[in-house]
Design a binder for this molecule. Structure first.
Ligand SMILES: NC(=O)C1=CN([C@@H]2O[C@H](COP(=O)(O)OP(=O)(O)OC[C@H]3O[C@@H](n4cnc5c(N)ncnc54)[C@H](OP(=O)(O)O)[C@@H]3O)[C@@H](O)[C@H]2O)C=CC1
Ligand SMILES: Nc1nc2c(c(=O)[nH]1)N=C([C@H](O)[C@@H](O)CO)CN2
Length: 250
C-alpha cells in the first residue's frame, strides 16, 4: 500500500482489539474520510466484513508475543508516515478465582504482557508517527489512550494480576505523557462495568449493577463518548478519565 500524499488529513487512528464490543464501536464511530481507522483483531469476528466494507483497515494481530507486536509496528510504519491516535483497547479479563484458571505464572505474564508490555512497545515504536501528525497539522496534538479499569484504585480479589497490569498501564500514561508532551497527549480511561459478557447469569448481573451509584451497565457508547472527549481536548494529558457511575461512593 502506498503511503498517503496528504498526511495530516489522512493520519489514521489505530485501535487494538477492535473486532468486537468497545473497540468495534469506537472504530465505527470514529472512522471518517479525513481520519480513517485501522483495527487490529485476534480472532475473526462476524463484524470484520462490516468494518472492511466501510473502508476500515483490519490487520490480523495476535499480540501475545513480542514478535507479533513488532511485526504489527513494522506493518504500520511501512504503510503510514503519521498517526492521529493510538487507542490501546486489547485486553483479557483473566481471573485467578476460576476453577479451571491457568497457572498464576501464566495469568500474571499474560496480563502484564497485553496490558503493559504491548502498549509500552507500541508507544515507543509508533510515537514518531504521532509526532509527525502534530507537526503536519500545526496546532493539534496527537493522542494515546490507554483503556484501564476502575479497579486500579482498589485492586481486586478475583482479578489480581489483571488489576496490577491495568495499574501498570496507568503508570505508563504518566511517564509517556511527560515524555511525549506537547505533541502527544497521553491519557487513561478507567471504566467500571460497561457491559456484561454473554455467559454472565442474572445473579451476577444484579450483583455487579449494585456496585455503582448509577446501577447501570451503560454499554460501549459510554466508552466511545470518553474517547471522543479526550480526542477533542487540547489540554488534558497525563490524566485518568473515570467512567464508573460513581462506584467509588457506592
Ligand atoms: N467491558 C467492561 O465492562 C469493561 C472494560 N474495560 C476495558 O475496556 C476495554 C474494552 O473492553 P471490552 O470491549 O469489554 O474488551 P474485550 O474483553 O471485548 O476485549 C477486547 C479485545 O481484545 C482482544 N485481545 C485480547 N487479548 C489479545 C491479544 N493477546 N492479542 C490481540 N488482541 C487481543 C480481544 O480479541 P478476541 O476477540 O480475539 O478475543 C478482544 O476483541 C478493555 O481494555 C477492558 O479491559 C474496563 C472495565 C470494564
Ligand atoms: N477485557 C475486559 N476487561 C474487563 C471486562 C471484559 O469483559 N473484558 N469486564 C469487566 C467487568 O465488566 C467488570 O468491570 C464488572 O463486572 C472488567 N474488565
Amino acid at each position: 500500500m502506498e503511503k498517503p500524499s496528504n498526511p495530516a488529513s489522512q493520519s489514521p487512528i489505530l485501535i487494538t482489539g477492535g473486532g468486537q464490543r468497545l473497540g468495534l464501536a469506537a472504530a465505527l464511530a470514529l472512522h471518517s474520510e479525513t481520519t480513517p481507522v485501522i483495527v487490529t483483531y485476534r480472532n475473526n469476528t462476524r463484524h470484520l466484513d462490516q468494518l472492511q466494507r466501510l473502508g476500515i483497515q483490519t490487520i490480523h494481530a495476535d499480540l501475545s508475543t513480542t514478535g507479533a507486536v513488532l511485526a504489527l509496528v513494522q506493518t504500520i510504519k511501512q504503510q503510514y508516515n503519521s498517526l492521529r491516535a493510538i487507542i490501546h483497547n486489547a485486553s483479557e479479563w483473566l481471573s485467578e478465582a476460576k476453577e479451571q484458571s491457568e497457572s498464576p505464572e501464566m495469568i500474571f505474564d499474560r496480563m502484564m504482557h497485553i496490558h503493559a508490555k504491548v502498549p509500552y512497545l507500541i508507544n515507543r515504536q509508533l510515537s514518531p508517527l504521532l509526532k509527525q501528525f502534530a507537526e503536519y497539522s500545526g496546532d493539534c496534538s496527537a493522542d494515546i489512550i490507554h483503556m484501564t479499569d476502575f479497579i486500579i484504585e482498589k485492586g481486586s480479589k478475583k482479578h489480581i494480576a489483571y488489576a496490577a497490569s491495568k495499574a501498570a498501564l496507568h503508570n505508563l500514561t504518566l511517564s509517556f505523557a511527560a515524555q511525549l508532551a506537547p505533541n502527544i497527549k497521553v491519557n487513561s480511561i478507567a471504566p467500571a462495568l460497561l457491559m456484561f459478557n454473554e455467559h454472565d447469569d442474572e445473579a451476577y448481573k444484579q450483583h455487579a449493577l449494585q456496585k455503582s451509584l448509577m446501577k447501570l451497565a451503560p454499554g460501549e457508547q459510554e466508552g466511545v463518548k470518553a474517547i471522543r472527549y479526550l480526542l477533542d481536548s487540547d489540554y488534558i494529558t497525563g490524566r485518568s478519565l473515570s467512567i464508573d457511575g460513581g462506584r467509588h461512593l457506592a
